[in-house]
Design a protein around this ligand. Structure first.
Ligand SMILES: *Cc1c(COP(=O)(O)O)cnc(C)c1O
Length: 422
């Protein structure tokens, strides 16, 4: 079943992040094609019946059906594993496909997950409305409180699951502290690293067992695909491939999508440097604006997570010549006029697009309570730290002054800014 490919590769394992993002896992074809061919094939012919049987037994490496593995997807999986500092990785049709395949592989009826209070809306819905139907128990704990986590662990707890920074309110979780306890208690730790990307945070190096991603976001990086990636030990990834992916979800990544993600990942470091530098500037400008109540961005000194961000979010190695400000491209904020002011502001924007998703070259803005996190009830949002006035901004790659000018135009449209009664 393994997709091991024994071509001789140029070893980039001791090289910088950008080098690995461009070269890791490359397997030259017979023509020496610089960009790996896109193997649009569902099946692979065996030389003999015996050879096919040996592949199905896992005794012989090779590809036999693209729901299990595919040569193009395989190169992306190796490259992504290298970036996350993991032994292996698997590609999926979406981030949700990867998350569902992972949790369904690891859990049985009666088991319990401890999940952070703040989760991306569809992850919350999958756990709260999906997994519970099959007898899995979910306990939501504020994982910023390490003692509360330790106290919450029961004999049934199998997994601890969190995002950092969390979607949408930007809370950070101390990966090393949580994963150390998880390891001591025999739990599997799963970290959604979509917001940070492996350029800024490598959870496996900090003790996590598995890293899950929506590759739709910064990894693809161009807003033109839906995909997921999961990385971890060779043993866990083989199980997730043959149980969760092959038999339970079938959420397979297309070879063409793998090609697009590899193209996107070649500029991941360059793009993240720019996303981070522009987001830092925008966060500072928003915080200084009279219409803004509060800005949630780990780069701000006012952020309660700033010290943790300095410890946990920094560019990989010495390869970077970037901005020196590395807190990601996502910002959340609240306006003094609440969500009414937020609607007025968002509707007055023209460059920044009103859209969900994130990590695109295009700046995107949205209202989590009515959009990405509408799968929570109002009561659930309140108890999970997602306020109704919160606005989420994905800072794009446009000219920074143009993004700022559009946001300022939106803020000026709020009645209190025009001296009118709100
Ligand atoms: C978007 C997102 C997901 C889901 O990914 P899809 O590719 O849309 O399925 C999961 N986690 C986080 C943090 C996300 O932002």
């Amino acid at each position: 079943m393994s997709s091991v490919n024994d071509h001789k590769n140029h070893d980039t394992s001791n090289m910088g992040f950008a080098t690995q993002a461009i070269h890791a896992g490359a397997t030259p074809d017979q023509y020496g094609a610089l960009v790996p061919p896109v193997y649009m094939t569902s099946t692979f012919a065996f030389e003999t019946v015996e050879q096919g049987a040996a592949m199905f037994e896992g005794e012989l490496a090779g590809h036999f059906y693209s729901r299990v593995s595919n040569p193009t997807v395989d190169i992306l999986e190796r490259r992504f594993a290298a970036l996350e500092g993991a032994a292996a990785a698997v590609g999926f049709a979406s981030g949700m496909g990867g998350i569902a395949s992972t949790l369904w592989t690891l859990l049985s009826a009666g088991d319990e997950i401890i999940a952070d209070e703040t989760l991306y809306g569809c992850t919350f819905a999958f756990m709260e409305h999906g997994l519970t139907k099959f007898g899995v128990k979910i306990k939501y704990v504020d994982l910023q409180n390490v003692d509360a986590f330790e106290a919450a662990i029961s004999a049934d707890t199998k997994i601890v699951y969190f995002e950092t920074p969390a979607n949408p309110n930007m809370r950070l979780v101390d990966i090393a502290a949580i994963c150390e306890i998880a390891k001591a208690k025999g739990l599997t730790s799963v970290v959604d690293n979509t917001y940070s990307t492996p350029y800024l945070t490598r959870p496996i190096e900090l003790g996590a067992d598995l890293v899950v991603h929506s590759a739709t976001k910064y990894l693809g990086g161009h807003g033109d695909l839906i995909a997921g990636l999961v990385a971890g030990s060779a043993e866990l990834m083989l199980r997730i491939r043959v149980e969760g992916l092959k038999d339970m979800t079938g959420a397979v990544m297309s070879p063409l999508t793998a090609h697009q993600i590899m193209r996107g990942m070649k500029t991941l470091e360059l793009r993240m440097d720019r996303h981070c530098a522009t987001a830092m500037m925008i966060a500072e400008e928003l915080e200084a604006h009279p219409a803004v109540q509060q800005v949630f961005y780990p780069g701000l000194k006012s952020s309660p997570d700033h010290r943790l961000a300095l410890k946990q979010m920094y560019p990989k190695g010495i390869s970077s010549l970037g901005s020196g400000r590395y807190f990601g491209g996502m910002i959340a904020f609240e306006l003094k006029g609440g969500i009414e002011a937020g609607r007025t502001m968002m509707n007055a924007l023209s460059l920044v697009k009103r859209a969900v998703s994130l990590g695109d070259p295009d700046s995107l803005i949205q209202h989590p309570a009515s959009m990405t996190h509408a799968s929570y009830t109002p009561e659930e949002r309140a108890s999970h730290g997602i306020t109704d006035g919160l606005i989420r901004l994905s800072v794009g790659l446009e000219t920074p002054a143009d993004i700022l000018a559009d946001l300022m135009k939106g803020l000026e449209a709020i009645p209190i800014m025009q001296g009118k009664a709100a």
